[in-house]
Design a protein around this ligand. Structure first.
Ligand code: NAD
Length: 359
């Protein structure tokens, strides 16, 4: 197979971890006989520095013409002025919207060898293996908003707005994923208070009854979900939820795995390229030191193989490579008990590449 992949390394540790994902994709391409071509483009702070805008037209055109996009991370103190007219995050939201990436998939699993790295009791996290499916282009982050002054004084509002069609399509993505896993879907809403959540729940129940009778559905309120994620995290298989609830719950869920640096994500639409990025940010505190954990980015590359290129064996080979080096005790500084023994970003990438080649 031949595929065109656009690399958006971005800022901070973004370029460091993107280099390792590229190394791993080249390794699987060699091992399985594929031709992958990589083109680098600007996004985020580096794009602001070089072109004045966070998402240049050229970047967007390259992404639209590609089979998949790899994104490192954007942002950092240099561009943090809240009054700046352009900000790196505008590039991130812009590319998700422009590519129609309405479904954000974040798998969270706890590797036995790393269970002691989580702040929770080991027995609670031992069997955690969940997939959170977050709606990414609707809800309160994109609804009508205003801030102003009226007779009552200063005011502001944001609107949580969903159409049934937006809910249906994200529920279908989650239900299809649940079908290939443990066949349980948990829908998270706030239907006891919000009208938009009552539409969410009714629509989810209808889609599941009509199209996925083989997948068990449970509805839970977002406040209870926040509690169960810590109290009984292993009970979850696939979670589907709206944009804001998903934003908050996925950060909470990421704690289970032990380090931000471990977790991947995929953002998908109905057609066109998917976008694959680790869940962490640009980590300015460690940028340039060559110590960032590249595993979240590398597992995102595995998701790229699975979801955008339909290469399941290649995705599984990457995931087995990561498991093998972790089981063998390889640790970057964020996971190491003894940081003097920690591997650099590039060394961790080399180890995983070697594990893939020798499998
Ligand atoms: P962050 O995820 O960058 O860092 C949080 C903590 O996790 C830091 O201590 C960092 O060193 C550590 N960390 C993150 N990734 C790591 C890795 N791969 N290996 C080891 N340790 C890692 O979050 P933050 O500090 O809140 O944000 C920093 C910048 O990143 C901000 O400008 C923010 O806006 C941006 N950000 C970007 C994205 C994105 O590009 N998708 C997401 C979140 C934050």
């Amino acid at each position: 197979m031949e595929a065109k992949i656009v690399l958006l390394p971005g800022d901070g540790v973004g370029p460091e971890v993107t280099a390792e994902a590229t190394k791993i994709l080249r390794t699987v391409a060699d091992a399985f006989g594929h031709t992958l071509t990589f083109t680098e483009a600007l996004l985020g702070g580096i794009a602001i520095d070089q072109t004045g805008i966070p998402l240049p037209d050229e970047t967007l055109a390259l992404c639209k013409a590609s089979d998949a996009v790899i994104l490192g991370a954007v942002g950092g103190p240099k561009w943090d002025d809240p009054n700046a007219p352009v900000r790196p995050e505008q590039g991130l939201l812009g590319i998700r919207k422009e590519l129609g990436l309405y479904a954000n998939l974040r798998p969270v699993s706890v590797r036995t060898a790393l269970a002691e790295a989580t702040p929770l009791k080991t027995h609670l996290v031992a069997d955690v293996d969940m997939l959170v499916v977050r709606e990414l282009t609707g809800g309160i982050y994109f609804g009508k908003r205003d801030r102003g002054q009226d007779d009552a004084g200063e005011f502001a509002y944001d609107t949580m707005y969903y159409t049934a069609a937006e809910i249906e399509r994200i529920v279908r993505i989650a239900a299809v994923a649940a079908r290939s896993r443990r066949k349980t879907l948990t829908s998270v809403d706030k239907a006891n208070v919000l009208g938009v959540s009552r539409l969410w729940r009714a629509t989810t129940e209808r889609v599941m009854a009509e199209e996925f009778p083989d997948v068990e559905l449970e509805n839970i309120l977002v406040d209870a979900a926040a509690m169960y994620l810590i109290q009984q995290p292993a009970r979850f298989d696939v979670i589907v939820t709206g944009n804001m609830f998903g934003d908050i719950l996925t950060d909470e869920a990421s704690v289970l795995a032990g380090s931000m640096g471990l977790l991947p994500s995929a953002s998908l639409g109905d057609d066109g390229p998917g976008l694959f990025e680790p869940i962490h940010g640009s980590a300015p505190d460690i940028a340039g030191k060559g110590i960032a954990n590249p595993i979240g980015m590398i597992l995102s590359a595995a998701m790229l193989c699975r979801y955008s290129l339909n290469l399941e064996a290649e995705a599984a080979a990457i995931e087995r490579g990561v498991d093998a080096v972790i089981d063998a005790g390889a640790r970057t500084a964020d996971l190491a008990n003894d940081t003097s023994q920690a591997l650099s970003t590039a060394e961790m990438g080399d180890r995983i590449a070697a594990a893939i080649r020798s499998a």
